[in-house]
Design a protein around this ligand. Structure first.
Ligand code: UT7
Length: 323
């Protein structure tokens, strides 16, 4: 018998304001046609003035808890993946803890940019397997609209705001790849690649910054590293791409998603794609896509799901989950 961290429920929240590509045509030398053709993005949501990452996270958390039929104090921990927390401290996770009315357990943020949700899932799994927590709420929430340089057409058309959440809980499995729950994972980072995707400001440098990206370079690393990490995680449980029911990739660019799936030998009918509606929501993109995939009835109990992401650092990784 083996302890497994099983997905009990998912939820998500998107800010009300929807911004179609054409809105950028007024202020930038860009077009709906270019954005669709090069990225697959058609629209994205932007948080309202005064709406912060913890607001988005709270709404996603409430939906996930509601879908699980759980109260906040049924949780032992909250892990929130974000690079756009409301404040330098306290963590956005403890803000969500307070606003949920959760009066026990512990909460903390994880910062691994677009790979943040994958890192948070692996952290939650470790807490559950070590017996430190029975039930963990894992959230990905971002307001990347706040770190956009609105004069830079190579970045500001790509990102959006949103949040997604997953409740993981301990269950007993047989110890085989047929068990429900997180079955395997792979995490990687390479800090020497910091200059191709970063924010040019921060607390210690006493400046507030904007996201900077060498898109072509990141693209090249993304396809290679994402397919490799997914295959590594699958190999750890004796599986290959052909065994996968759903790839739920980080939603940065439809061309990256297609190229990665093709390398893994997985057809696009088995890939959850939300980039057209959400743009790149960084750490929120995978839980958003998981929630959309479940709500649409595609991801079902027993399915073999692979999540994979890459972002600033570079940091990347993947997790294989029997849903
Ligand atoms: O979430 C973290 C991970 N991030 C990613 O995975 C992003 C990875 N990168 C990408 O998705 C793509 O590289 C981009 C979407 C960022 C760019 O697409 P690309 O096909 O690599 O285009 P490019 O950078 O090679 O640019 C092609 C042309 C350039 O013009 P010239 O030099 O050929 O005259 C750009 O200046 O397209 C131009 N361009 C634009 N044109 C209209 C760049 N952005 C725009 C724009 N509208 N918004």
């Amino acid at each position: 018998m083996t302890t497994r961290a099983v997905v009990r429920s998912v939820g998500h929240y998107l800010p009300e304001r929807v911004v179609p590509n054409v809105e950028f045509e007024a202020s930038l030398d860009t077009s709906d046609e270019w954005i669709r053709a090069r990225t697959g993005i058609e629209r994205r949501h932007f948080a309202a003035e005064g709406e912060s990452t913890s607001d988005l996270a709270l709404a996603a958390a409430l939906e996930a808890l509601g879908n699980a039929g759980l109260a906040p104090n049924d949780l032992d921990a909250i892990i929130l993946a974000t690079s756009t927390a409301d404040l330098i401290f306290p963590s956005a996770a403890t803000m969500v803890q307070a606003r949920l009315g959760m009066t026990r357990g512990f909460a903390f943020d994880v910062q691994a940019v677009c790979a943040g949700f994958v890192y948070a899932l692996v952290s939650a799994n470790a807490l559950i397997l070590s017996g430190q927590a029975q039930r963990v709420l894992v959230i990905g929430a971002e307001t990347f609209s706040r770190i956009m340089d609105w004069t830079d057409r190579t970045t500001c058309v790509l990102f959006g705001d949103g949040a997604g959440a997953v409740v993981l809980e301990a269950a007993v499995g047989e110890g085989t790849a047929e068990d429900r729950g997180l079955l395997s994972s792979d995490l990687q980072s390479d800090g020497t690649l910091r200059d191709i995707l970063y924010v040019d400001g921060g607390v210690s440098t006493q400046s507030s910054g904007f996201l900077r990206m060498q898109g072509k370079e990141v693209f090249r690393h993304a396809v290679d590293k994402l397919s490799r990490t997914a295959e590594t995680s699958l190999a750890r449980i004796g599986k290959v791409g052909a065994d996968v029911d759903w790839i739920v990739p980080h939603q940065a660019n439809l061309r990256i998603i297609k190229a990665t799936a093709a390398r893994m030998g997985v057809s696009m009918e088995r890939v959850i794609v939300t980039v057209q509606d959400h743009g790149n929501t960084s750490a929120a993109s995978i839980p958003l896509a998981l929630s959309v995939g479940c709500a649409s009835g595609r991801i079902k109990q027993g399915d073999l799901v692979v999540v994979e992401a890459i972002g600033g650092g570079l940091a990347w990784g993947s997790v294989v989950i029997r849903w």
